[in-house]
Design a protein around this ligand. Structure first.
Ligand code: SF4
Ligand code: SF4
Length: 160
């Protein structure tokens, strides 16, 4: 389930890897073409996805993602979802005079609900919008932080 970002107090990623088991990430056509050679993508009714293999994303290794630079936008911004037309005041986020509607997935174990978001949560919303707009390519905040993870062995493999 997704809730408007103004109903979320905080979120962080602890690299549990569960979202890569639950979700079937949607791809843009360009992402689909880039990953087609792997054989792990599919097209259904002009929509493109990573297909599940044995109930999980085939690009997940342990809890981590092996795609990194080629990681789909939907994965980069998860648990955030940015829409253009929703007419939902609680989800409204204005970026450089343009209106967006931002939601947060509640099935991530670290999405904490409350009436008022923290400043950090607002920063994360801003990054999600910038990633969706292509103003930013590299995820800085919407990811796990290596210093919190004692199982970390290969720094190049960042979660989701
Ligand atoms: S976003 Fe949430 S569900 Fe996904 S790896 Fe991080 S903590 Fe786990
Ligand atoms: S973050 Fe990586 S491993 Fe997880 S669903 Fe996306 S592509 Fe797959």
């Amino acid at each position: 389930m997704y809730v408007p970002w103004r109903r979320v107090f905080s979120w962080h990623c602890s690299a549990c890897g569960e979202c890569c088991l639950k979700y079937k990430p949607k791809l843009t056509f360009y992402e689909y073409l880039k990953l087609k050679h792997t054989g792990f993508v599919e097209e259904r009714a002009n929509r493109y996805y990573i297909r599940k293999v044995n109930g999980k994303c085939p690009f997940q290794e342990g809890r981590l993602c092996t795609l990194q630079e080629n990681k789909p936008l939907a994965c980069k911004v998860f648990p955030f979802l940015v829409k253009k037309n929703a007419k939902d005041e609680l989800a409204l986020y204005e970026y450089e005079g343009e209106e967006f509607y931002v939601y947060v997935a509640t099935d991530c174990r670290n999405t904490v609900l409350a009436k008022k978001p923290t400043e950090r949560l607002e920063k994360l919303v801003r990054e999600a919008v910038e990633l969706v707009l292509g103003k930013k390519r590299k995820v800085e905040e919407i990811t796990c932080k290596t210093e919190n993870l004692n199982f970390w062995k290969t720094p190049k493999k960042r979660c989701r």
